[in-house]
Design a protein around this ligand. Structure first.
Ligand code: ADP
Ligand code: MG
Length: 254
């Protein structure tokens, strides 16, 4: 795979649930090192798109290639699926940590199972990434003893332990108390600075403006508008994006 190949290519990507056509022809490419923020109204298909990228959902039509693996095929080989799981990290709104495992054990699980790392190696990697998210002291703590912000930083460290090529974030701060949002965004900003390829579904417009290299606005199952964050968020062309942004800012002002 050439370093210049896009990490994700989708062309006319479609996804339906029964009669409900959620994604109706998404065209986009994500290049290495990009930080792309996906915005759009609730229910417009943002999570579904991310879930297609890591094959939590299979697609209904069109083309999708992720890290050179063709996800347009109805069935993937086990090898491709494992490669995909290793190379595409995902961080969810609800953290999804295993409550019965310590922080360190949460981080070591997938590297041992999927990457076949030794316990010692996985622990070393886990400690490295825990330190990176500022939680070295919490290695032996269980998830329910952590604040929401700490849980999400653990979830980010867990994804990083797989050394992914791209990280997907699905509203990573939406479940957090407002005062805990900053610590998570800060970790994400640091990752972006270090060159991680990131796709971030978020309602944090300030993060989108300051950290993203590109903003993609989804509407009715399609990319309605995209471009440089400052341009797109300050001078939106589409009326629907104008309406969306004014709803967002009135929510913030309320
Ligand atoms: P968003 O993340 O933008 O809020 P989603 O991608 O979660 O939107 O959902 C898009 C639409 O697809 C919604 O109407 C939702 O109800 C529907 N949907 C999502 N997942 C499923 C599923 N597994 N089965 C049926 N409908 C679904
Ligand atoms: Mg969603």
């Amino acid at each position: 795979m050439a370093a210049s190949d896009p990490v994700i290519v989708c062309a006319n990507l479609q996804k339906s649930f029964g009669d409900l056509a959620v994604l109706q022809g998404i065209d986009c490419q994500i290049q290495r090192g990009e930080v792309v923020s996906i915005i759009g109204s609730s229910g417009c298909g943002k999570s579904t798109l991310l879930r297609c990228f890591n094959r939590l959902e299979s697609i209904s039509g069109g083309q999708l290639i992720v890290n050179n693996i063709d996800l347009s095929k109805p069935k993937l080989s086990r090898r491709d699926l494992l490669a995909l799981r290793a190379n595409v990290g995902m961080v969810f709104q609800q953290f999804n940590l295993f409550p019965h495992l310590s922080v360190l054990e949460n981080l070591c699980l997938a590297p041992v199972k999927v990457l076949d790392q030794s316990k010692a190696e996985s622990r070393e990697t886990a400690r490295f990434f825990l330190d990176k998210v500022g939680l070295s002291a919490k290695a032996d703590t269980f998830p329910d003893q952590l604040s929401g912000g700490q849980k999400q930083r653990v979830a980010i460290a867990r994804a990083l332990c797989m050394k992914p090529e791209v990280m997907l974030f699905d509203e990573p701060t939406s479940a957090l108390d407002p005062e805990l949002v900053g610590e998570v965004l800060q970790v994400m900003q640091q990752l972006a600075k270090e060159g991680m390829t990131m796709i971030v579904v978020t309602h944090e417009m300030q993060f989108a403006r300051e950290v993203a290299s590109r903003v993609v606005f989804l509407n009715k199952g399609k990319v309605e508008e995209e471009g440089n964050p400052r341009e797109v968020l300050t001078h939106p062309k589409s009326e629907r994006l104008q309406a969306f942004l004014s709803r967002m800012s009135s929510m913030l002002a309320a």
